[in-house]
Design a protein around this ligand. Structure first.
Ligand code: ADP
Ligand code: ZN
Length: 436
């Protein structure tokens, strides 16, 4: 085990931290200039070479990068190293057929792993812990993102991945899991299933839950803590910035430390896109300072938060952000999976039997989210053989599942049955209540 001294990067003063940021930013600019996309963007603002970046303030000259930019450059437009250097890719859900992809070379992965180790250590995890990682392993960064950091910290890792609650509980019980990593909604589901599966709290040895990937309120955190009698820590990440371990709560639970040696942090007004004062809510904009295979500069996350002022009692100097208070776009997060209403519309519109009106409803069933797609279909369909109706429903469910990775409930209605708005159609009804 490596020993960390107080001079560790997490405790640097502002000046030293910014010196590291500038050094790392120059390196990222150098690799970004190797991609046609950034070469054009950067030369447009007079940056032809890393040395044209004199100070961190010069970063403000660079235009923002958006999810659309990432889609437009799919698949390899933002790759800045030789393909043989790439050792892994991840992807975030996006519109059909075009996810946003991120590449990592060996050093990129090592640097990300180290951030995961730091995040786990910050919330009090250590080699003594048994870590059951219930986030899905795969293209989604949630699973693999913390896995290697946990191993490097010396934790006993159970890569159980998502789903299969019965097996999760069995593993927790038989291997004395002390820390789990899951979405907050899955934590509630897990609790609700314990009774059915004959598992009691006293059968478990759980101390901590690391919860993230979807918005949740302070009340929901407390509920999880009270139900299980544990500590729950908020974990924030997004694939464009590697994945989990962008910002993480320390044992103080007073906001998430955003690892500033690895990510340059800005909060901008959601309309003017000008920087806001510390403490004011705005859109989080991040620059990845540690990934060279897929450089991303000034990425508009669409997540709303604010910088928390003051210092943290733990002594770490990386500034803290508040829990995510919402998003500036219409992306829904359903049981941790990102879904854009446009993805659903695209599938629905391909079905010739579909009528003119449809509605997307998200509500809680027990502790999990359910997605209901309601659509009007021609009267002839509803009066047809019910087998045809079931077949059509089945086709639609499968097509939606293939597109958004979530199995929805599909409901058919007669023409004119769904509410019609006079102005802009209200296509999405989120009945999960105000989370924030
Ligand atoms: P992941 O869901 O693995 O974090 P994605 O790139 O698929 O990565 O999705 C990232 C988005 O998920 C973020 O932009 C944010 O909207 C949401 N998200 C991630 N972590 C949290 C969190 N702790 N609280 C609220 N929202 C979160
Ligand atoms: Zn702290």
């Amino acid at each position: 085990m490596r020993v960390y001294s107080p001079q560790d990067i997490e405790f640097l003063d502002r000046q030293a931290l910014e010196a590291i940021q500038l050094l790392r930013l120059k390196k990222v600019i150098a690799v970004a200039l190797d991609t046609p996309f950034y070469k054009e963007r950067l030369s447009g603002v007079g940056i032809e070479h890393p040395k044209d970046l004199k100070s961190l303030d010069d970063l403000n000259k660079i235009p923002f990068t958006t999810k659309d930019d990432l889609r437009d450059t799919y698949p390899y437009g933002l790759l800045s190293v030789n393909k043989k250097e790439v050792v892994r890719m991840h992807a975030s859900s996006g519109t059909t057929g075009k996810p946003t992809v991120i590449f990592y070379d060996r050093d990129d992965l090592n640097r990300w792993t180290h951030l995961a180790l730091r995040s786990l250590r910050a919330c009090g995890c250590g080699p003594i812990d048994v870590f059951q990682n219930m986030m899905t392993y795969g293209l989604f960064t949630g699973g693999l993102g913390l896995h290697y950091g946990a191993e490097d910290l010396g934790m006993f890792v159970i890569p159980s991945s998502g789903g299969n609650t019965q097996r999760q509980l069995l593993l927790m019980k038989d291997f004395g899991t002390t820390v789990v990593h899951a979405t907050p909604s899955y934590m509630l589901h897990l609790y609700a299933q314990m009774d059915n599966m004959g598992v009691k709290l006293s059968d478990l040895n759980l101390h901590k839950a690391l919860i993230g990937a979807e918005p949740h309120s302070e009340d929901l955190r407390r509920k999880i803590e009270t139900l299980f009698g544990i500590d729950a820590y908020n974990s924030y990440g997004l694939s464009e910035m590697n994945g989990p371990s962008v910002a993480f709560e320390c044992v103080e639970k007073s906001g998430m430390h955003l690892w500033e040696d690895a990510y340059r942090l800005e909060i901008v007004d959601r309309h003017s896109l000008e920087a806001v004062e510390d403490g004011v809510v705005g859109e989080l904009v991040l620059t990845n300072l540690i990934r060279h295979a897929s450089p991303i500069l000034r990425y508009r996350t669409k997540d709303l938060t604010r910088i928390l002022t003051g210092t943290c009692a733990c002594g770490r100097t990386s500034r803290r952000i508040d829990r995510i208070m919402g998003r500036t776009d219409d992306m829904l997060i359903i049981n941790g999976v990102n879904v854009f209403p446009s993805q659903i519309e695209e599938v629905v519109m391909k079905i010739p039997e579909a009528g003119n009106n449809y509605r997307i409803v998200v509500r809680k069933k027990g502790t999990l989210d359910v997605l209901i797609v309601e659509l009007e279909v021609g009267p002839d369909i509803l009066s047809d053989d019910t087998r045809d109706l079931y077949a059509l429903k089945g086709r639609l469910v499968e097509a939606l599942k293939a597109s958004i990775s979530i199995k929805p409930i599909v409901e058919f209605h007669e023409p004119g049955q769904l509410p019609v708005q006079e102005g802009k159609a209200i296509r999405v009804v989120d009945e999960r209540g105000n989370l924030y």
